[in-house]
Design a protein around this ligand. Structure first.
Ligand SMILES: [Zn+2]
Length: 91
C-alpha cells in the first residue's frame, strides 16, 4: 500500500480547529497519508515533495542555506540546485 503525502494548506487554530489539507499527487481519497516526507512511498507525491524542496531552497535565499541565483542555463541551474541540496544536508 502506498503512503501519500499530505500537504497542510491551513493549519487549525484554537478558534478554528478545522485543518485543510490535500494529497500532493492530487488523489481525493487515499488509504494512507503522512505529513512526513520520509515516510512517503507514492512516486507522484515524492516528485511533488522534491519540487517543493527545490522551490523552498531557491526562495529561502540568503536567510536559509544561502540561495543561488538561477541563470538562463538549465544545466547550470540544476548544478546550483544540487549544490543547495548538498548544503542543506550538511546543516
Ligand atoms: Zn500520492
Amino acid at each position: 500500500m502506498k503512503t501519500h503525502y499530505e500537504i497542510v494548506i491551513f493549519e487549525g487554530t484554537e478558534s478554528d480547529p478545522e485543518e485543510y489539507s490535500q494529497i500532493a499527487c492530487g488523489m481525493q481519497v487515499v488509504n494512507k497519508m503522512t505529513k512526513y516526507s520520509d515516510q512517503v512511498t507514492c512516486k507522484k507525491c515524492l516528485k511533488v515533495i522534491q519540487k517543493r524542496v527545490i522551490a523552498s531552497l531557491v526562495t529561502l535565499g540568503n536567510d536559509g542555506i544561502g540561495g543561488a541565483k538561477m541563470t538562463s542555463n538549465k544545466a547550470e541551474n540544476s548544478k546550483l540546485i544540487l549544490e543547495l541540496l548538498e548544503r542543506s544536508k550538511l546543516k
